[in-house]
Design a protein around this ligand. Sequence first.
Ligand code: HEM
Length: 351
Amino acid sequence: MPTCFNLSTVSRLMSLLRCRLYFISSFNVKSSDYNSATFFANVSHFNTFQVAFGADLDLLSNNSPFPKAIEVCLKGMVYQIRDSLFQFNPKNWPFINEAREACRLLRTTGAQWIHERKTSMQKGEDVPKDILTQIIKTAATEKNMTEEFMLDNFVTFFIAGQETTANQLAFCIMELARHPEILDKVMKEVDDVIGMKQEISYDDLGKLIYLSQVLKETLRIYPTAPGTSRDIPGDMTIDGIHLPGGFICLFNSYATGRMEKFFKEPLKFDPDRFHPDSPKPYYCYFPFALGPRSCLGQNFAQMEAKVVMAKLLQRFNFSLVPGQTFDIQDTGTLRPKSGVICTIKHRKYKN
Ligand code: HEM
């Protein structure tokens, strides 16, 4: 799967981003208040659809039903996990119907895209080396891979890559706007590395070290996928603690990221915790989970986050519109409750 996320990913991200930045630039001739969470939701929506699935942008207008469908599916998953009797309460039935509709939309869309891509592959046409192609190729080599299983993989990617990255970027802007000294430092790095260049290369991304630290610190305080679980197949003892087989262990990266035991002054936003010379957090920082079932899209996600942030920091100044709460909303993924409303202004350049 990592072959999908390579150098060409960066250039495809660049061209997609250009059209979104053009939109924000033209909208914001002087300065204006802008809901950055909505902007990032759109950006990551477009990026994932195009880069991962090669979907036609025309399908993805601002009235696209997909973001809402994804939100409803995630909510349904969380309600079910938190209350196992949820489905038996008649007052929840209208929502359950909505969630079923949302699942149906994602699965029928997946079936249609898989069918179209498979047909192109069978005809020997040139197809993008993206996740959709990879899902189909993998299915062809695995014995028990049914059509339903392929669709499961499709929907997992569809959902996994959307909200998480968008909300990471929104939280990142929120924290940068609250910490002007960190904003200045990261802007200086972006100026030094990419200056006024239109295109960001793969090599440039590697040089944006402080920006990486900022993004990692954002996920420490705001792990947008705040937890994970693992089945315990049989009795085991780890570090003297007995874990009975048949149980499920929940791991909460939101809690561990905010524990004094692991991070000094845990609520302070301090990207230097992730300085290359600082000690690495040891099993207490896992925004992408750990082990064989950790996030498959983490490299892509962080590449995407860096490209988007670098382009924004290159061109705009941000300040938060007063009166917003910095509350977090938990709908399966974490998001800023107030949406992060910013005043954005074009930066002035000295040539
Ligand atoms: C900031 C962004 C992201 C975060 C914080 C994040 C976090 C996570 C976490 C915690 C898991 C593990 C879930 C579990 O243990 O059950 C996961 C799984 C996964 N993620 Fe991400 N993710 C992000 C972006 C993405 C993107 C952009 C993609 C795809 C384009 C993606 C694809 C996946 C897939 C396919 C899985 C399932 C892996 C498996 O079950 O083996 N993720 N992600």
